[in-house]
Write a protein that binds this ligand. Sequence first.
Ligand SMILES: C[S@@+](CC[C@H](N)C(=O)[O-])C[C@H]1O[C@@H](n2cnc3c(N)ncnc32)[C@H](O)[C@@H]1O
Length: 280
Amino acid sequence: MTTTETERPQTVYALGHTPQEYARLRMQARAWEAATGRLLDQVGLGPGASCLDAGCGPGETMRAMAERVGPAGRVLGIDADPELGAKTLAMLHGAGHRHCSFQTKDLTTGEPIPGAPFDLVYARLLLFHLPQRAEVLARLWDAVAPGGYLLVQDYDLRSISTLPDLDWVGELLRVLTGAFDAVGADVSAGTRLPQLFAQAGAGTPDGTDVAGRVEPLVSGRIIMEGAFRSVLPIALAHGVTTEAAAAATLASITRDVMRFPDRPMLWPLLIGAWKRKDRS
Ligand SMILES: C[S@@+](CC[C@H](N)C(=O)[O-])C[C@H]1O[C@@H](n2cnc3c(N)ncnc32)[C@H](O)[C@@H]1O
């Protein structure tokens, strides 16, 4: 791990904490439900297991874990956002998953992970945001029980595209990349997962997985336009774009959705990697 990674100041979360962003996260989580469920099954998550969802957000993966481990198991969600955490726990308990709990915690602080060790430690779309991603991943690896799994899924934004290309897609990607870069996020964190596992001391992943979604522009753009709107305050603050340029991009999206609603749009790739810890 480099010195810069450990000395960086406190992380800024570029997507923010608005009700619109919470709704976008829920929609995004449902879109990836099958891609994540497939990997939970791949690592054999079953009744009685203990799980951690690091950066659990709206808790949709906690729900998938809770269904698999049943009441004999336990599911802990950790997130730096207490308001979102409270909503997540209310949703899970409302659905009858009383074996789920939540703790507010900034995972970059260097403290040990509460409740460890776990049979499964999972993180989706978390490391992407953290300048200290290798350091945090090392602590998540430490929280895996002998014989348990570390499983991570993260984006590579470079795949965002339409066919044929539309002129605003490049600008959307430029603004997203500029805003995330400005706060030390890594828009290709998914592709870098094998390197990150090695840097974190977990070694080479036992397996990797690439999930994608192609949707008509009319529905496919909702998540991407939402992300653009969510990072806009950071993009403006760092001079990545201007109010006028952002308004023009949003107007182009609206125009093209009406002109080309069926044009295929490829989402960011969601890349997974997992590693089992030796029993000894
Ligand atoms: C893009 S969301 C993903 C949420 C969820 N994992 C999912 O895939 O639906 C990232 C989550 O990480 C949380 N987060 C960001 N920085 C964090 C930190 N330093 N410590 C703990 N959680 C953090 C955010 O609050 C947010 O809920």
